[in-house]
Design a protein around this ligand. Structure first.
Ligand SMILES: [Zn+2]
Length: 346
């Protein structure tokens, strides 16, 4: 398990204080960490698990990183720790397109929760706490969620449940009501920039942060996945697009031919956000997603109604964005919608 330095996640100190301010003994036995992706919920949940299992905790409530328990946890084989995540390779991400078969297969299944019963109701190996960490708790299918509810009804007192979710709407309300809900939000811009600088993203940090809804760890994930270059190239194609939709579509097609990290739904979302920002800029004089990026010339001559109409038309296309029958044709259609919206007010 990767350990994060608490100082790197300073913006979550209020949450820490809320949960641990009265000591570990007052920690609720089931907590649900909620908030947008990329603001540090998972890192925090891992710290909390380490804290509950560490056998030589510091008075400031940090795991020691040295004891047998910490080393086991690091190596992923602590006998009193269980991590439950969706069964499948594909990481759920901010949804652009409706669920596909593959996506819906990546959920937490009832068997995974049933396996917990033995863990929870049989005694601890180390005579201490036991911790169940459920990341992406919203990925539990209804049967799994109901099975978990039963366990949460009367867990032994040394068992702690930490649930993490970025999509709380998909969680059963009964699960929420059994947990202490701890909301996480994005850090302020300075803290986010400082964290990104630590992750090797100094200069461009601000512009990606806006695209990521202020969530620094999402930006770091994009960097790791090699998404930043295609994002740059897409924005470049939108700032000064060729006049011909076929030429624009060909450029986009090139972006999608990378190693699969930048997908059609990312592209469609990027175009939509760009249109949204152009309309915002015309109507309100500000942008939401592309602050810090070069602005195109002549925005003041654009027709906001045409921009919003194109945004809506492209919204209609989103359903088929994941698996268009003919990718190039799909892109040409998208490019035509986009370029039409850029015609200046007559
Ligand atoms: Zn320790």
């Amino acid at each position: 398990m990767q350990h994060f330095d608490l100082n790197q996640l300073q913006w979550n100190n209020t949450v820490r204080e809320q949960l641990l301010g009265q000591g570990l003994a007052r920690l609720p036995h089931a907590v649900l960490l909620v908030g947008p992706a990329g603001v540090g919920k998972t890192a925090f949940s891992e710290q909390l698990a380490a804290l509950l299992l560490c056998e030589s905790m510091s008075p400031e409530l940090s795991a020691c990183d040295q004891c047998q328990a910490c080393r086991w946890l690091d190596a992923g084989n602590h006998p009193d720790f269980r991590r439950v995540a969706p069964d499948g390779d594909e990481e759920p991400e901010e949804g652009v397109v409706e669920k596909t078969k593959k996506r819906s297969a990546a959920n937490i299944k009832i068997d995974q929760i049933r396996e917990l019963e033995a863990f929870v109701f049989v005694g601890s190996h180390r005579d201490g706490n036991r911790v169940v960490l459920i990341t992406e708790a919203d990925a539990m299918n209804p049967a799994a969620a109901n099975a978990l509810l039963k366990i949460l009804e009367e867990p032994p007192s040394s068992v702690y449940f930490i649930l993490v979710s970025s999509k709380t709407k998909s969680l059963l309300p009964t699960i929420r009501s059994r947990c202490r809900v701890i909301p996480f939000g994005p850090p302020d811009a300075a803290a986010a920039a400082a964290w990104l600088a630590g992750a090797g993203l100094e200069k461009q940090a601000a512009r990606y942060l806006n695209l990521a809804g202020g969530a620094p760890m999402r930006v770091a994930q994009w960097k790791e996945q090699g998404q930043l270059a295609p994002i740059d190239a897409l924005v470049e194609s939108l700032v000064s697009p060729p006049a011909d939709p076929i030429a624009l579509a060909a450029r986009w097609d090139g972006l999608l031919k990378g190693d699969g990290v930048f997908r059609m739904e990312n592209l469609v979302e990027g175009v939509q956000r760009w249109l949204f920002d152009l309309a915002q800029e015309r109507l309100a004089g500000e942008v939401r997603y592309h602050g810090g990026w070069p602005r195109p010339k002549g925005v003041q001559n654009l027709n906001p109604n045409a921009l919003l109409a194109a945004w809506r038309e492209i919204n209609q296309c989103r359903r088929s964005a994941r698996h268009p029958l003919n990718q190039l044709l799909f892109l040409e259609n998208l490019a035509a919608h986009f370029l039409r919206a850029l015609r200046p007010v007559a």
